[in-house]
Design a protein around this ligand. Structure first.
Ligand SMILES: [Zn+2]
Length: 229
């Protein structure tokens, strides 16, 4: 009997607490975005060869800044793009190194992945900042990785709405604009990794353009996640 209770307790602490934390953090994020009437555009899994630059060019046209959650393994050979993200005033954040699901690997592997992701950004920028705002791959953390981030005083940044650009087979480019139209504030999840088909990259750009147009129409400020946190 005691053994079963201990097992349940361990499972709750390891999986349950980070799950509840994630729910709470998402709700808090939504409240902040709505209260300030802002839109934050976030891009995961980059940088990529063309799309990241094309997104930044588009953002420039609207004088808008966004947040890029870089995947460490995609940085090698694209250090110049990472530098441009920084120079052009966008938020550089981390999405880990290998896009691992932290619920499916050991706690020490998850911490190693977080550190490796931060190190990859540091070496691309030639600085020693050591930590960056963090978004866990798949939005999943175990208790050890969550505790590690909290001890490091690193914000875990979730999202309020998903553009669907990584999983929808037939994405509609006005999905995000419609979301914004029905919302008073949002933190949108987009992806800027290399696409196999050019057509998909065009869809991502059109989706971002329509989102920026809608925000302008609704008079919403566009902020980065560091401005929101
Ligand atoms: Zn991702």
């Amino acid at each position: 009997m005691w053994l079963i209770l201990i097992i349940i307790l361990v499972i709750f602490v390891y999986y349950g607490i980070p799950y509840i934390y994630g729910k709470y953090a998402k709700r808090t994020l939504k409240n902040k975005a709505v209260k300030s009437r802002v839109l934050a555009l976030t891009f995961d899994d980059g940088p990529s060869d063309n799309l990241t630059l094309a997104i930044m060019d588009l953002l420039d046209k609207y004088n808008a800044k966004a947040s890029f959650f870089l995947l460490g393994r995609n940085i090698a050979g694209r250090e110049n793009i990472v530098k441009q993200i920084s120079v052009r005033g966008h938020d550089i954040c981390s999405h880990g190194f290998d896009h691992l699901n932290y619920l499916k690997i050991s706690p020490w592997c998850s911490i190693k992945d977080i550190k490796k992701g931060w190190d990859a950004i540091d070496s691309a920028l030639g600085i020693d900042k050591e930590k960056y705002l963090f978004r866990p791959p798949y939005g999943k953390l175990n208790i050890v990785s969550l505790a590690y981030l909290l001890l490091k005083k690193v914000h875990v940044v979730y999202w309020t709405d998903d553009s669907g650009d990584s999983w929808k087979t037939k994405p509609s480019s006005d999905r995000v604009a419609k979301l914004i139209d029905n919302s008073l504030g949002a933190v949108i999840l987009n992806h800027d990794f290399n696409r196999r088909e050019k057509q998909t990259e065009s869809w991502v750009l059109e989706s971002v353009r329509l989102a920026l147009e809608k925000a302008k129409e609704k008079n919403m400020s566009i902020v980065t996640v560091s401005q929101l946190n």
